[in-house]
Design a protein around this ligand. Structure first.
Ligand code: FPP
Length: 304
């Protein structure tokens, strides 16, 4: 049986393949170093965005719904899978840029629980691309001090892929820079249901009365336990949907949507999203922009 995460100090809890990673510091809790050397070409539009960024107020966690691969391919009369392949270049650029800017957590939505319903060939291609990405990019992840992590129903993945992902996670576990989550076989509702079931399992068959679950203790049963919630949620290709992504965690995220299709998304769009995010006034239901107190739902007292 897994340890009750509510008993563990938050900064030392990180989800890891169905068990809790205990004893390793979650990179989200550290402040990754910035490495901007050679990141941006002089005189480029990216340079202007970079100059506007306040590094003291970077979003701690950026989550991205990568969308538009199919449309990108269709516009070029290519098969859908060509769009996914082209999307890898965007993944590479965004992961490296986020790490070099000094972001704490980046989560990319690569494959949802609903995506299993896509044609077999497309699913196989996506899984193949993931394996290829991991194999080719492991050195880059290491050299940029990036910790790789998978969130989602990993037991639904092919055992070989699961093992390779696990190896990637173990190889980068000690890295203290960006925490890079890939959401795979992921669904926000599934994650909440899984959390409830883990709470029930930890409480045992008698369901013995213990302290009531509150928001903080519930969060520790999510795949993202120990990580800050996304401050910024980006969606590409212009769709205005959440698509079952990080439903619990995005409660107060700022949403930024671009018409750019995912295969064309690069650091320019990422920097622009951060600049726009920093112009927003985040009120968390209050009347001014001051930092929120933790929201709690204790019996008889509902905070919205
Ligand atoms: C949505 O486009 C995109 C996906 C379902 C998959 C995204 C995956 C990748 C970019 C490749 C693998 C990722 C990693 C992290 C290595 P869509 O097919 O729904 O596009 P459409 O809406 O235009 O049809």
């Amino acid at each position: 049986m897994t340890a009750d995460p509510s008993l563990l100090p938050l900064s030392r809890v990180c989800y890891d393949f169905g068990s809790l990673r205990v004893g390793a510091t979650t990179p989200a809790m550290s402040h990754p170093a910035r490495d901007l050397e050679g990141l941006i070409a002089k005189g480029s539009p990216e340079e202007q965005f970079l100059a506007q960024i306040d590094f003291a107020r970077l979003p701690r966690h950026i989550a991205i719904i990568m969308d538009g691969n199919g449309r990108w391919a269709r516009m070029r009369s290519l098969p859908r899978v060509a769009g996914h392949r082209a999307g890898i270049a965007a993944v590479r650029d965004v992961v490296e840029t986020s790490a070099r800017l000094g972001c704490q957590v980046l989560t990319l939505y690569a494959f949802s629980v609903e995506n299993w319903k896509r044609p077999r060939r497309e699913v196989d291609t996506l899984m193949g691309l993931l394996r290829e990405y991991l194999k080719k990019e492991l050195d880059t992840l290491q050299s940029h001090n990036i910790a790789f992590n998978v969130i989602g129903r990993k037991d639904e993945l092919n055992p070989t892929i699961k093992r390779e992902l696990q190896e990637g996670m173990e190889a980068t576990r000690g890295n203290t820079g960006l925490l890079f989550n890939i959401a795979l076989s992921y669904g926000g509702r599934a994650e909440i249901v899984d959390a409830v079931n883990r709470i029930l399992a930890d409480r045992g068959p008698s369901g013995s009365p213990e302290a009531p679950v509150d928001e903080a203790s519930f969060s520790r049963y999510l795949y993202t336990a120990g990580q800050p919630d996304p401050d910024l949620l980006i969606r590409t290709s212009g769709e205005l949907r959440i698509s079952n992504f990080l439903l619990w965690q995005i409660a107060y995220a700022e949403i930024w949507v671009t018409e750019t299709l995912w295969p064309d998304f690069r650091k320019r769009e990422l920097l622009q999203a951060i600049v726009d995010y920093q112009k927003r006034e985040r009120r968390y239901g209050r009347v001014d922009g001051s930092e929120p107190e933790p929201v709690s739902l204790s019996p008889g007292k509902v905070t919205v």
